[in-house]
Design a protein around this ligand. Structure first.
Ligand code: C2E
Ligand code: MG
Ligand code: MG
Ligand code: MG
Length: 291
């Protein structure tokens, strides 16, 4: 996380701690090189209208293979490191450029509305320049801003709430959509939905897990659905892994879905094939799933 705890005031480290710090330091250096060499890739996970089974959009998720370790390092591991060592915004900017460029490629391949969401760190969203950088990328590739959605998680304590709020407003004003990610996981609260300018709520998979298992989860999701309906927000359920979960969420209505049962994150070529397979009627229409 952002704060580097336990640094000051600690005079001695045991060997295990030292090894850990060494590995962390090496990881930072690896990341720094990965940023300058742009050795990341994006995979895409479809988002579906649960009623019709049609693809309504896709989320771009970053992947990084650490050459030194010879393995993929999951974003849950390297994003927090990038956030704490000042690299996150460079990574987020790479994601913006690459995702928007890919949207243009989808359009050129005949997908009229390649509705795409990307994850941006609150740290990047506290920088005002991010707005013009987003707009610049969209203009450059002639992509309509309405096709892009920004997902924000309150994974790090947002210290500059006012700035983030201001940026999100400017992002919305530019026509870009905003989603609250991982809703219901730890940090994100109702106050958040109220305070931030948003268009969509994504229910965290830790909640969706309980769907089909306990009554209370069903009730909670139903009330989030009602709340979003009243506030005019779209709703997505994350982490749908079984047919039972899909059926139950489909019957709740007005919810879009994402999860391994509906589609794994895949290379963009695979997503393109999937979308072309759904055409002509299935070409992505933003918000097709919600009333
Ligand atoms: P997220 O934005 O909530 O993304 C959803 C994560 O859940 C992804 O993990 C996805 O692969 C995984 N997932 C999707 N469906 C299922 C399912 O049915 N079951 C299970 N168990 N998992 C599922 P991933 O790709 O490892 O990303 C983890 C987190 O890292 C993301 O959570 C997001 O917060 C962050 N992240 C990913 N890509 C980026 C990026 O480009 N920039 C930034 N700043 N953060 C990113
Ligand atoms: Mg996300
Ligand atoms: Mg997240
Ligand atoms: Mg999420």
């Amino acid at each position: 996380q952002v704060k580097r705890n336990g640094r000051s005031g600690v005079a001695h480290f045991d060997p295990a701690q030292e090894r850990e710090m060494g590995e962390r330091r090496r990881m930072e250096l690896d990341l720094r090189r990965a940023v300058s060499e742009e050795s990341f890739t994006l995979v895409y996970q479809p988002q579906l209208d649960l009623q019709t089974g049609r693809t309504t959009g896709m989320e771009a998720l970053i992947r990084w293979e650490n050459k030194r370790l010879g393995r993929m390092v999951p974003p849950s591991q390297f994003i927090p490191i990038a956030e704490s060592c000042g690299l996150i915004t460079l990574i987020d900017l790479w994601v913006i450029r690459t995702a928007v460029e890919r949207m243009r490629a989808f359009i050129d391949a005949g997908i009229e509305h390649p509705y795409t969401s990307i994850n941006l760190s609150p740290i990047s969203l506290a920088r005002e320049e991010i707005v013009s950088q987003l707009i610049h990328a969209l203009k450059r590739h002639r992509v309509p801003p309405e096709l892009l959605e920004i997902e924000i998680t309150e994974s790090v304590a947002i210290t500059e709430k006012e700035l983030v709020e201001k940026t999100l407003l400017a992002i919305q004003k530019a026509g870009i959509k905003v989603a609250i990610d991982d809703f219901g996981a730890g940090h994100t609260s109702l106050a958040y939905i109220q305070a931030l300018p948003i268009n969509r709520v994504k229910i965290d998979r830790s909640i969706i897990n309980g769907i089909g298992r306990d009554e209370s989860t069903h009730a909670i999701v139903a009330s989030i659905r009602d709340l979003c309906g009243r506030l005019g927000l779209k709703l997505t359920a994350e982490g749908i892994e079984t047919a039972e979960q899909w059926e139950e969420l489909r019957d709740l209505g007005a919810i879009e879905g994402q999860g391994y049962y509906l589609g794994h994150p895949e290379a963009p070529e695979i997503l393109l094939e999937r979308l072309q397979g759904e055409m002509p009627s299935g070409s992505l229409r933003p918000g097709a799933a919600t009333a």
